[in-house]
Design a binder for this molecule. Structure first.
Ligand code: FRU
Length: 506
């Protein structure tokens, strides 16, 4: 008998605007690239069962980041192993010679994880000129294993210093940088060790990219910086290095806080990239977390897009294999796409996020009354103006409730009594059930450069069946959590100094 339970058939948990597979298992987003007006999302997929197994790359496309069309599986396991995480690069100048000038190739650079028991990891290449069907490169592996146990998840990016492509991959307790002029032959250029000012452990799914400092560039419409102000402050950027981490067993729960309560967590560093390696220049006192919630891991950004837009796997290794599903047996979901902004705060530069693709839906928002309101949908958004402490609580007939509380120092998401929790011991732990995210001293320079009293901030909340996403304090405090109410929530209660507007998201 399989150790993984069959999905329960209690309630349809399949989200509407969050990506889910046609059926069975998914984890990390892979190879995200914007091409000819379409967002391509590849993903870690086991198409044969609703639990992790030999990995394939699933594939879907979208024009709006909310509605996805499933395409055939892009990469199948082969004699070098199954297909672990990696990235795509649009080789527009056909540097690889694997396409033609008329049909530049899309290259997938991924990890082959051997299935012979040795677990050897090395990097492979596949190419496509119709952006749907891929051929594996005859010269694989393109980066053989150098004797390193964990050696995976290559993310390709443009290297403006050397004027070539670079990639960053996870190698045990550090990440390594490689450079190439033809995307096939790679030389190692440097290393960055995680943990000096962050979390220690085994690295996974790194990403590295430049991000302009908000307010130093003029973003029309959204950012009303005057032309003269924009001219006076030229575009400045910093490099961001994102690393998903597996914490060492002995570190978990040591301080019983948001930094060590789970085995898997994603952090980021802010600094410089000299063409060979990354240097952390912010050196924050506490690790910078990409998300304070339990359910956002292995997040990476799109390639070939001017702005930095990120999607993560909205689940948690500690319980994802056991999570409730629906009759179709899908298991796993992605976060919504989030645009990244680099914001100067009193504590230094920080990354802030805003949801991508929701502008049109937000125009239909209407105010909710303080107190109790009826909830007619399980897929909705809230725009919340936070002027002081307060709470937003969702309730159903069974007495289950999901709470988002604002205090002067924390944003708390409490799912300890939000629905089903008996499918996994980890999920049911109070430390997982209640997220206490420390609020930034002040979210001074708001994303949209609005003049506002410092204590006021904006929060946006999305609930889409079994996934809750909260972007609090002008996007500086993301909290993502899976929730499994056994009946739909029917009431939404607003208390305290919060003004909420509601909009439907489907
Ligand atoms: C992260 C990860 C990656 C690996 C993939 C395997 O969630 O462990 O490091 O490539 O998942 O599915």
């Amino acid at each position: 008998m399989s150790k993984f339970p069959k999905p329960r058939e209690v309630y349809d948990y399949r989200p509407i605007i969050h990506f889910t597979p046609p059926s069975n298992w998914i984890n990390d987003p892979n190879g995200m690239v914007y091409l000819n007006g379409k967002y391509h999302l590849f993903y870690q997929h086991f198409p044969l069962a609703p639990h992790w197994g030999p990995m394939h790359w699933g594939h879907a496309v979208s024009e709006d980041l909310l509605h996805w069309k499933h395409l055939p599986i892009a990469l199948y396991p082969d004699e070098l192993g199954c297909i672990f995480s990696g990235s795509c690069v649009y080789d527009e100048e056909n540097l690889s010679g694997l396409g033609t000038e008329e049909k530049p190739p899309l290259l997938a650079i991924f990890t082959h994880h051997s299935m012979d028991g040795s677990h050897t990891e090395q990097q492979g290449l596949a190419y496509s000129t119709d952006y749907e069907h891929f051929e594996k490169y005859y010269g694989n592996p393109i980066i053989p294993n150098p004797g390193q146990k964990d050696f995976r998840d290559p993310k390709v990016f443009w290297n403006p210093v050397r004027r070539c492509y670079s990639l960053v991959l996870a190698a045990g307790d550090h990440v390594e940088f490689y450079a190439s002029h033809n995307l096939k032959d790679w030389e190692k250029t440097g290393e960055f060790k995680a943990g000096e000012h962050g979390l220690k452990g085994v690295c996974e799914c790194p990403d590295c990219f430049p991000l302009p400092v908000a307010g130093t560039q003029c973003v029309p419409a959204e950012n009303p910086v005057s032309a003269s102000a924009a001219a006076a402050s030229p575009v400045k950027e910093k490099w961001v290095l994102v690393i998903s981490m597996i914490l060492p067993r002995e570190e978990i729960g040591k301080n019983n806080d948001v930094y060590d309560r789970m085995s898997h967590i994603t952090q980021y560093y802010i600094g410089e990239f000299d063409g060979n390696t990354f240097r952390d220049t912010e050196m924050a006192d506490t690790p910078l977390l990409l998300d304070y919630g339990t359910d956002n891991y292995a997040a990476v950004t799109f390639q070939n897009l001017d702005e930095k837009v990120m999607i993560g796997w909205a689940d948690n290794w500690d319980y994802a294999n056991f999570a409730p599903s629906d009759t179709s047996g899908f298991r796993g979901k992605m976060t919504l796409a989030r645009k990244m902004h680099l914001v100067p705060t009193k504590e230094g530069y920080r990354v802030a996020f805003s949801f991508e693709g929701l502008d049109e839906l937000r125009t239909h928002a209407f105010p909710l009354l303080p107190g109790e309101n009826r909830l007619r949908s399980q897929c909705f958004g809230l725009k919340v103006n936070v002027a002081g402490p307060g709470s937003i609580v969702l309730k159903n007939q069974r007495g289950e409730m999901l709470a988002i509380r604002v205090t002067a120092s924390e944003i708390i998401v409490d799912r300890t009594n939000a629905g089903q929790d008996d499918f996994s011991e980890s999920y049911a732990l109070p430390a997982y059930g209640r997220t206490h995210a420390p609020r930034p001293a002040t979210a001074k320079d708001s994303l949209h450069c609005k003049a506002r009293p410092e204590a006021v901030s904006e929060m946006e909340i999305i609930l889409d069946k079994c996934i809750l996403e909260v972007l609090a304090d002008d996007g500086l405090l993301p909290i993502t959590a899976s929730v499994y109410p056994s009946k739909p929530y029917e009431k939404i209660c607003i208390a305290g100094d919060l003004k909420a507007e509601y909009y439907c998201v489907h």
